[in-house]
Design a protein around this ligand. Structure first.
Ligand code: LHQ
Length: 264
């Protein structure tokens, strides 16, 4: 698939996906959401991709759904069904990100609003520039939080702060987001992408199969009992224990040398 609304660049095992509609603050139209689905699907199949970065071009990260394209479809002969639209587009992107057994880091370079903020929360490690901001913008246009925001936000920052963000639709600064645990760290704008790339490259030489499996286990555990989580950990540890990287890790430890992991 040829991409027109996202950029796609791979280096040292790290795939960087850049949302690229800067004049619309990278708001998602149908094409961008299809391209994103495809990019995450391909990343899952490509063994040379060991870590991913999601970022935005220009001054915004992502302003959520492209409201102009929704308006166009409303005025067309085939009006849009919001439920169906979510099921076909945003929801699939979010599910693909969570089901991708590779670490996804985001470099939030500017405002993340509405479903754009949902994209941030679907990443595994979240870094932002000092001038980034986060808005649960849905209520400001008479909608409810979607694309996983109702599920992820209270889990990340707790129900009290999540409800305040969702009800008020107010802009939360990067420093507040850091204090609340929504993001892992903040950097000056001109250092953000390099800092995130360094971290992604470090992950890409780690036992990335284990990182993929721990992502699955951690997501499962958020909705399970302790006994279920114990059982699931045992199942997935069985898989991790059979990987070449695990054998390499133990051998390197015993031989007092640096391990060389291949992500398998
Ligand atoms: C935009 C957008 C945008 C189009 C900025 N669309 N052009 C799911 C299912 C179905 C339906 C609906 O939605 C959903 C999920 C959702 O995501 S709902 C929430 C949708 N997003 C929003 O409501 C956010 C709308 N944007 C804003 O509130 C502001 O743009 C923010 C606060 C993000 C940034 O404000 P500013 O920094 O002041 O920038 P700006 O407003 O001047 O925007 C710059 C340009 O980007 C401007 O275009 P123009 O041609 O006038 O320069 C905006 O129209 C365009 N833009 N967001 N979502």
């Amino acid at each position: 698939m040829n991409y027109e609304t996202i950029l796609h660049e791979q280096d040292n095992g790290v795939l960087t996906i850049t949302l690229n509609r800067p004049d619309k603050l990278n708001a998602g139209n149908d094409q961008m959401l299809e391209e994103l689905q495809d990019a995450f699907r391909q990343a899952g199949r490509d063994a040379s991709v060991r870590a991913l970065i999601l970022t935005g071009a220009g001054r915004g990260f992502c302003a959520g759904q492209d409201l102009a394209s929704v308006r166009e479809r409303e005025e067309s002969a085939e009006p849009v069904s919001y439920g169906e639209h979510l099921r076909q587009s945003w929801n699939r992107v979010i599910s693909r990100m969570r089901n991708l057994e590779k670490p996804i880091l985001c470099a939030v370079n500017g405002v993340a609003a509405g479903a754009g903020m949902s994209l941030v929360m679907a990443c595994d490690l979240r870094y932002a520039s000092e001038n980034a901001s986060f808005i649960q913008a849905f209520v400001n246009i008479g909608l409810i939080p979607d694309s996983g925001s109702t599920w992820n936000l209270p889990r990340l920052i707790g129900p009290t702060r999540a409800m305040e963000m969702m009800i008020t639709g107010r802009k939360v600064s990067a420093s507040e987001a850091l204090e609340w645990g929504l993001i892992n760290d903040i950097f000056p704008p001109d250092q953000l992408i390099d800092e995130v790339r360094q971290r992604a490259e470090q992950l890409a030489i780690m036992p990335t199969r284990a990182i993929g499996l721990l992502k699955r286990a951690a997501d499962y555990a958020t909705n399970s009992t302790l006994d279920e989580a114990l059982e699931y950990e045992a199942d997935l540890q069985e898989l991790a224990g059979r990987t070449a990287d695990h054998k390499e890790g133990v051998a390197a430890f015993l031989e007092k040398r640096k391990p060389e992991y291949r992500g398998a």
